[in-house]
Design a protein around this ligand. Sequence first.
Ligand SMILES: *Cc1c(COP(=O)(O)O)cnc(C)c1O
Length: 365
Amino acid sequence: MKVPYIHLGLQHQHIKKDILKSIETLLDNGQFILGEETKKFESRFATLCGTKHALGVANGTDALFLSMLALGIGKGDEVITAPNSFLASASSVALIGATPVFADVRDDFNLDPVKVEKAITAQTKAIIAVHLTGRPAPMDELCALAKKHNLFLIEDAAQAIGAKYKDKVVGSMGITGCFSLHPLKNLAACGDGGVITTNDDKIYQHLSKARNHGLKSRDECEFWSYNSRIDNLQSAILNIKLNELDKWNNRRREIASIYQDKLKDLDLILPADKSHEKAVYHTFIIQTSKRNQLQKFLLEHEIETKIHYPIAIHLQEAAKYLGYKKGDFPITEKQTDFILSLPVYPELNSEQVNYVSKKIIEFFK
Ligand SMILES: *Cc1c(COP(=O)(O)O)cnc(C)c1O
């Protein structure tokens, strides 16, 4: 049995007709950028997150970058984030002109509030809480830290759309929530896209202009800015996919619970739900000291797995100038050698999930 790590085509099978119809409508009416579909998508996205506002942008990295731009973060400022995230959680900080500062994570791959507090200096302006793997970061602790030290708390919710922390949806707890709609994310455009959520009217007003050349009307430019608009075509497709999101996220959780049940007696660390959270399993990452052998064994049985991510951000060539070295973040670095992402997309059938489980059990015997 073949189990690819991901098969992006499959998610369109049931909704292809609707997508093609909406593309046809746009081809006829010519509304390619921003437009009615985008307004509708933004409004539905805000409802989903329980925020006052949601704003479509070009991608998730821009969502982070523009958030920091709106908050006035720049040269001389420090922003604390996780070294085990996708690199954009840190590159966006560098691109805005500020300095990325890392704090180590806990077993569940999310920031350790104790380490975050130790990393705070007089220059610190913000914390980017990454909800890595689709599991919410410890928001009570991070919100309290941000309040105590007068810092902005930005949520990098790129992997966690629809995830819940207590009764709150991710993206609604920080000053802004930053989402990616990259084809691999839980809610995916057929191309690039991103969203910023916020409850702050001023930030929203500013960002509405900042994503569109600083224009306050068709012809009046208030400040020089970027072009980071979302395509109306993507919004139209996303409006169709939004109807499926709950179902898709629930199926990810279902697959996760099958793995959790079948693999529970093995000598490996499994991701586990805490009672106050609802994770959406963008990835299902197990940890084992036999990672490389296991990955090879599974591949021999046509099961494809991935590593998210094989090189921690602080050890990337691009981060050299920051002066970090191996040993600075022991938990992140240990995880780098131990982590393995199992296939967890909604279109996996139960035979495939059982087969993956069976082969992992076989490996450990
Ligand atoms: C995907 C991702 C991003 C970047 O999103 P893009 O749309 O690719 O720019 C940022 N942070 C995290 C945690 C991500 O997974």
